[in-house]
Design a protein around this ligand. Structure first.
Ligand code: ZN
Length: 438
């Protein structure tokens, strides 16, 4: 039985609950591009799948970049003139600008204000801000709260460390029959943000769990990495092996209720691009295909010209295009169990298609073989020609060693699963043989 057929026997509601539950477990952790929050996140993923954790020292040169200092934060707050905490990292980790340098100081409101960030257009939400590559400190708060602040003496504290340490990332490798690889990559560097990072982490983790132990044609490499610098670091350390990557996907923003968006790889017509398009066309939710652009997530690095890997990006909402993006509203209510489960199903369907997309040779290519004699031409319905028989005829006709099953599915307009079933049946009857180089 194929991966998808097997998956379709699972309870989608229960799967959604598990995915959402895992996101909820990860949600409170204060992640960043380095540090203990990222390590704790990887440790929770490791409870579910075999994960190797790699530590790369600060100062390591990775192409044009340098692995930064490691950042850790224990506490951060602003105390008002009455001595009470009015902005408190313990309440919400978005309150501190990610990568804030340590500071302990007293100051007036006007001295404090350049370090405060709000969203005037959505005044109840707290923004998410970072200062990775420029040493600074700051706090994020709702605009409504900013408006209530009165003149007086404020005390600020960011109890953080910014020191030589490591950049951490996680790698899960599932060995298949071939050393050709499928790369699944997601960023794990955002603090309490659900769609933008946790949805991808949860779906990738459960996809790896689902595939582990299965009989795999390809080997699968799952990366859980800090955005940008993590992908650059991984590529720098694995430059000699990237030729093995045959197909790749970046998974992100995949838990909200909008339809799917797939951003194609840089080459635009890689097998993965066609596979995802086919899968999305044959499922129930709306979807949109997007051309490649050199911004977004880590597909930017995988698709940089020196690598030009066949890696696309699967999303529901597109980064930057939804109001909740990089705010406290990207929370556990914004992602929902069923969309998470349906996203996982789409990923399983993509894997299923990649695993089964082969080329075949018709063993009886001179005129049609007599299907009726083999009981392969019986139509159960009243229609002139059933989808199953149509699929058999298409497969026989196009199996010349050149056309893949996906080519045949696309040309016939039939779902890949129907084409694949036809190829299996014709093979069992000796009418088809796998093209050895496919
Ligand atoms: Zn982000």
């Amino acid at each position: 039985m194929g991966f998808l057929e097997e998956f379709d026997q699972t309870d989608l509601v229960a799967a959604g609950k598990e995915l959402h539950g895992f996101a909820a477990e990860l949600f409170p952790i204060c992640r960043s591009i380095t540090g203990d929050g990222l390590r704790r996140t990887l440790a929770l993923i490791r409870e579910r799948i075999p994960l190797e954790t790699i530590e790369v020292p600060t100062g390591t040169i990775v192409f044009d970049w340098t692995v930064p200092k490691e950042w850790n934060v224990r506490d951060a707050y602003i105390k008002g003139p009455d001595g009470k905490r009015i902005v408190d990292f313990q309440q919400c980790n978005l309150h501190v600008v990610n990568y804030s340098a340590p500071v302990h100081a007293n100051m007036t409101l006007s001295e404090l204000k350049p370090h405060l960030f709000t969203l005037p257009d959505t005044p109840e939400w707290i923004p998410y801000r970072t200062s990775y590559y420029q040493e600074n400190w700051g706090f994020c708060l709702s605009h409504n709260q900013l408006l209530t602040l009165e003149d007086g003496d404020y005390s600020v504290s960011v109890d953080s460390t910014l020191e030589d340490g490591h950049l951490t990332y996680g790698e899960c490798y599932l060995q298949g029959r071939s050393t050709d690889e499928v790369l699944i990559s997601c960023h794990a560097c955002h603090p309490s943000l659900a769609n933008d990072n946790l949805s991808g982490l949860a779906v990738a983790t459960y996809l790896a769990q689902y595939l582990s132990g299965g009989d795999l044609r390809y080997s699968y490499r799952f990366l859980f990495i800090p955005g940008t610098i993590g992908a650059i670091t991984w590529l720098a350390r694995n430059r000699a092996n990237v030729d093995r990557i045959r197909h790749g996907l970046v998974l992100t923003c995949i838990g909200d209720q909008r339809g799917f968006h797939y951003k194609k790889s840089r080459c635009g017509d890689a097998e993965i691009d066609r596979v995802v398009a086919h899968v999305l066309r044959h499922q129930d939710e709306p979807f949109e295909m997007l051309e490649f652009s050199p911004y977004g997530y880590d597909e930017r690095q995988y698709c940089s010209p020196g690598f030009n890997l066949p890696v696309g990006c699967l999303m529901r909402s597109v980064w930057g295009s939804f109001p909740q993006y990089h705010t406290s509203a990207d929370n556990l209510d914004f992602i929902q169990p069923l969309p998470l489960a349906r996203s996982l199903r789409v990923c399983v369907a993509i894997v299923d298609l990649l695993e089964n997309n082969r080329r075949y040779c018709n063993q009886n290519p001179y005129c049609e073989p007599q299907l009726g004699r083999r009981d392969l031409y019986r139509s159960t319905g009243g229609e002139a020609i059933s989808q199953e028989i149509s699929a058999r005829l298409w497969v026989l006709n196009l199996s010349d060693g050149q056309h893949s099953l996906l080519d045949i599915a696309e040309r016939s307009g039939l779902p890949f699963s129907t084409i694949c079933d036809a190829a299996d049946l014709l093979s069992e009857n000796g009418l088809l043989a796998v093209e050895p180089r496919s």
